[in-house]
Design a protein around this ligand. Structure first.
Ligand code: HEC
Ligand code: HEC
Ligand code: HEC
Ligand code: HEC
Ligand code: HEC
Ligand code: HEC
Length: 446
């Protein structure tokens, strides 16, 4: 419907216009009481959300971190009949908002504070405009689509598997005891009856003979049971051998597929995969120097000060190990005396006489971590996927062109090349790492 303001103006004169105009301004003012709309932007909302809220809240539907997902949160509050002011107050001071006694907030409390023990949300130092910006950002439904296969379903833990099969064995054992017990009583009765009927045996047939008879009469059933037992047994043996490193996998000469047990059940899949944390967030020295280094517990605490548990069952006790190492009390959120540092087991080991430098490969050559370490972001437990032999190094140096075109360092080198050098290098229209000295013994050997 279109309103012909021009006609209204003409018909009713100036007074109508003035009344209409002031109504309009009053409406806009009351809707955004004391809000400075110039300070409300999706971009600043994104920044504040990522810096202050994302450690505890996901923006994806139903995804729980410490607190509930904030996907569609504004709708939830308005559907519950709560005002926007109260929602803003909640973010700034949850306790004050709870004092309103609203049913929705009480339910939130029962669910998160009482039942899930997530703790009361910490009051956030944000202005009204900041909260509006966050809500505007959330309105854009910023949840990133997960990788194919629906992202990261909760994993099945080896512990669970073990306890399942343990229970299976216990049940099986009890069942056998029962069967034999019952069979024993029945047997006694049977032979007692036979005796009564005047039939005499010198000796009762042994359990073994009875079992043979039983099996003979129920061949099919027993072959199925035996097959099942063999299959389960073989699976367990297979996994045990794999863990110890006997089966194929881990080759003691090259270290290939070596995946030692770590002091904390730390999963790259959960961190670098599902939560898309950059490799260099934790391994920052890979870009700076020789070693990629394992992050210190303080790096873990950047996030785990807030994140006390994950989705897997053992997550709480595993994260507790970080707290123990840094002496953090998760209930009082205070630091006390530090414990033993976490002793990670090194997976990749080059001999001492070899020189290898990460930043040379990662920064100068621009090689992705995955080219040498495989799809780490898909691994629950890191394993060595490259042989780390001399052949492996020099093969790649022979095949890989150096990225000299985009690289200032090589522009500089290029200038210094003699014509002969250049002809030699460019014969095959490419410059490989080998031609840059990547096959010289002294480059790799101390
Ligand atoms: C330390 C963790 C933590 C941080 C940081 C945090 N929250 Fe929360 N938030 C929670 C928890 C836990 C709840 C559930 C209620 C409770 O336990 O107090 C919650 C609840 C909420 C709710 C209600 C959700 C619903 O489903 O109705 C909103 C809205 C909210 N938080 C917004 C924010 C915003 C916006 C920020 C950032 C400025 C933020 N929170 C930062 C932990 C946190
Ligand atoms: C949240 C921190 C974190 C992130 C993100 C992370 N890592 Fe790690 N990384 C660790 C920790 C802790 C260890 C030691 C425990 C282990 O081996 O699992 C480790 C070990 C490794 C190892 C084995 C090191 C050795 O002992 O030889 C490799 C290789 C590795 N990470 C590569 C990567 C790559 C590639 C990425 C990105 C895809 C990545 N990491 C992302 C924390 C992280
Ligand atoms: C050109 C191959 C190559 C690339 C690319 C590479 N690495 Fe490595 N990485 C190695 C080798 C070889 C070792 C073993 C070094 C040693 O034992 O001295 C290693 C060891 C590690 C270690 C164990 C700690 C250490 O430094 O010895 C971590 C962690 C690691 N790499 C992470 C990364 C990350 C993260 C990236 C990407 C940013 C990356 N690597 C890129 C080859 C590579
Ligand atoms: C940038 C943030 C961040 C850093 C840094 C970080 N984590 Fe985490 N971590 C998370 C998140 C988010 C989860 C919850 C994942 C989930 O279950 O969805 C998590 C979960 C975990 C879990 C439980 C996993 C599960 O669900 O079973 C462990 C254990 C853990 N982290 C250990 C570590 C260790 C050890 C470090 C340091 C080397 C570390 N984390 C560093 C964000 C981080
Ligand atoms: C995935 C391919 C690849 C693998 C695997 C690889 N390198 Fe390299 N490496 C390169 C490239 C490309 C360069 C050239 C970097 C540059 O200077 O632009 C290079 C450069 C080097 C240099 C510097 C050479 C010079 O001229 O200064 C050394 C030393 C080196 N690598 C050692 C190693 C060692 C040791 C290994 C095995 C443990 C190894 N590299 C494995 C690709 C690789
Ligand atoms: C690109 C890097 C690289 C270059 C260039 C290189 N090596 Fe190696 N070399 C290695 C690595 C890595 C190993 C360790 C392999 C292992 O442990 O299996 C190694 C191992 C060796 C060993 C075996 C030592 C042992 O413990 O078995 C000898 C000998 C050796 N190199 C000699 C040389 C000589 C001679 C040259 C020059 C012609 C040379 N290397 C050039 C990387 C290199």
């Amino acid at each position: 419907m279109r309103i012909d303001y021009f006609r209204i103006l003409k018909l009713k004169g100036l007074t109508t216009t003035v009344v209409l105009f002031s109504c309009f301004t009053m409406l806009t003012f009351s809707a955004h009481a004391q809000l400075d709309s110039t300070k409300i932007t999706v971009e600043s909302g994104k920044k504040i959300f990522e810096a202050s809220c994302a450690t505890c809240h996901s923006s994806c539907p139903d995804e729980v971190i410490t607190g509930p997902s904030l996907f569609g949160v504004a709708d939830r509050w308005s559907e519950a009949g709560l005002s926007r002011e109260l929602l803003r107050l909640w973010v700034q001071n949850p306790n004050a908002a709870k004092a309103s006694g609203e049913k929705y907030i009480n339910t939130l409390w029962t669910e998160w504070v009482d039942r899930r023990a997530a703790g009361v949300m910490t009051a956030q130092a944000v202005s009204d405009e900041d909260v509006e910006s966050i809500l505007a950002y959330l309105d854009t439904k910023p949840c990133k689509p997960k990788a194919e296969g629906g992202g990261c379903p909760p994993q099945v833990l080896p512990e669970e598997e073990e306890s399942v099969s343990l229970w299976m064995y216990i049940t099986l054992f009890l069942l056998l005891v029962l069967i034999f017990g019952a069979a024993g009583v029945r047997r006694q009765l049977k032979y007692a009856n036979l005796k009564k009927e005047g039939i005499h045996y010198d000796e009762m047939p042994s359990y073994m003979d009875e079992l043979k008879m039983l099996i003979g009469n129920n061949r099919k059933l027993f072959s199925v049971i035996v097959l099942l037992l063999v299959a389960f047994g073989a699976k367990d043996i297979w996994y045990t051998l794999k863990d110890v490193g006997v089966y194929g996998g881990h080759d003691y000469n090259t270290g290939l597929n070596y995946r030692p047990e770590q002091p904390i059940d730390f999963s790259h899949k959960i961190h670098a995969g599902c939560n898309e944390i950059e490799c260099v967030y934790c391994h920052s020295s890979a870009e700076k120097g020789k070693h990629a280094e394992i992050p210190s517990s303080n790096v873990c605490m950047n996030c785990h000060k807030h994140i006390k548990k994950g989705k897997r069952e053992n997550s709480e006790q595993e994260i507790q190990k970080i707290y123990d190492a840094v002496g953090f009390n998760a209930d009082t959120k205070t630091y006390g005396e530090e414990g033993e540092p976490i002793k990670w087991v090194k997976v990749h080991n080059l001999p001492d006489h070899v020189y290898f430098n990460h930043s040379q490969h990662v920064v100068v050559a621009g090689i992705e971590c995955q080219e040498c370490h495989g799809p780490v972001e898909e691994m629950d437990v890191v394993e060595q996927v490259a042989p780390l032999t001399m052949g492996w190094c020099i093969n790649c140096h022979n095949e890989t062109e150096v990225a000299y075109k985009e690289n200032g360092y090589y522009k500089e080198m290029h200038k210094r090349f003699t014509k002969d050098d250049l002809r030699k290098f460019l014969e095959d229209k490419k410059i490989t790492a080998r031609e840059m000295g990547g096959w010289e013994c002294a480059k790799c050997h101390y």
